[in-house]
Design a protein around this ligand. Sequence first.
Ligand code: SAT
Ligand code: MN
Length: 595
Amino acid sequence: MNVTVKNKKLDSWIKEAAAMCQPDAIYVCDGTREEYDRMMSKLLASGSAISLTKRSNSYLFRSDPSDVARVEDRTFISTSSKEEAGPTNNWIAPAELKATMRGLYKGCMKGRTMYVIPFSMGPIGSPISKIGVEISDSPYVVVNMHIMTRVSSKVLALLDAGEDFIPCLHSIGAPLPPGQKDVPWPCAPMESKYISHFPEENLIWSYGSGYGGNALLGKKCLALRIASAMARREGWLAEHMLILRLTSPEGKQYHIAAAFPSACGKTNLAMMQPSVKGWKCECIGDDIAWMKVGGDGRLHAINPESGFFGVAPGTSYSTNPMAMDTIGKNVIFTNCALTDDGDAWWEGMTDDVPAHLIDWKGRDWTPESKADAAHPNARFTAHASQCPVICKDWEKPEGVPIDIFIFGGRRGSVVPLVYEAYSWEHGVFLGATAASETTSANIGAVGNLRRDPFAMKPFCGYHMGDYLHHWLAMGERLGSRAPRIFYVNWFRKNGDGKFLWPGFSDNSRVLKWMCERVDGKAGARETPIGLMPREEDLDLAGLSLTPPDMQELMSVNIAEWKAEIPDIEAHFATFGERLPERLKHQLQDLVKRLG
Ligand code: SAT
Ligand code: MN
């Protein structure tokens, strides 16, 4: 081991993990640029990384074709009883799961180095931040963690000073026998992958996958699943939300936190450049928000991450120019295509499709090829500080005060562009019943409608019914200082399957209405589903949207909404006794309003 670890809990955990996993060497990371460069040189030499000549200090990785996204079927919340994990989580009893995983971990790092990665979620030393230590045998994980979290020897110093940490054990599950050549992306087969959480003891064990949220354990595992359970115990919120600051032409600031499922445009909204005149948008985070009630009685949010792990396909200078400028240099690309002149490429990146590429599986690709050149869940990893519109306050330890919550998802039909909740309770109902067509961010079928409460279905570390109670309780605590709640759908289509709403920078028109609602300046009409802008309430200047399209976009079809009710009832029934009474009443009220 390259350093002496003084913290007793950490030292004995490293020894225990080493005895079980039997790595050839142990290396404690310090988070420096030199370390990153050294690690990247090794990854280049081993053939895992490809250096991109067109982008400075940028690299392309191609994963194993079986290891391309989160694996919700292999993700477990291991509480002492199944009931505590609730209906939205897979559960195995802790003793059984640990016994199985110990069997898998035994000798799993043979032929490899065990990296010890001390990291902080949130600014180092902030009272809202949490410390984690990830043990991993993947150098790809190390370089990604450098960007996505604060990896530093300062974190070890905090541990020496007595701070606690969340242990995150990770192995790709592919020991390397002596003399055998490594593959570019080692991992274990699907049936032996386990992404396990023990929220009662703040512990994470992940085995078999090297991809994204399965392997970068600070993200979904710590900052959402473990943190959501901590947040409930401690009276705060850990949410799957972007955070942005909007500034009006008069210079008034509004802070918005928005929850959409993975691959539904959080990064695009977080970096959006408003098309409405005089308004400015700055990014604070694109995936996760930790929120606590401040001394002023308001909810204050921080982004616990330090980078973006964004979906590449569809990202372009027309959809998200700020993301494009963020990824000009110092980027890790995963499962993008490679151009002949040494750049990354993906579907939707440029109007002209290159005549020849190497696809994400390493095969020759031409526009005639049937398969996608980049995997639909291909990603870029880039540091937040590289974003041209990163808010100057993005690392403020006390966070920013939230004015507005937005929930939403991808719905080709039924759900209009925007509506506002009648009350906090109604807003919690909107979050609880949020539904979205599934995307490629999870292994499984794409395009199926599923209820994804608060976009937290895959990320809530405890019983979702208790989570809904927690949200209601937070509303009571916040009282008149609670943020206003809205629901949006950017993805409604017309009969020909075309999107009705242009989206992207024009979403600012919707956000502007929300800000004016907060200030009591803009009107709305009551509808059975919530408060909706009348046409004159939305700033549509300069937008070429035909009146019939606008009408369709904003329409609430009573028959279609009535048809949603049985699905909501079935969804609510899964929470059993733990479904808050107040949400049952909200459903009854909706049924009544629909007539
Ligand atoms: O792979 S991740 O879980 O980090 C990305 C996502 O699904 O949001
Ligand atoms: Mn996400």
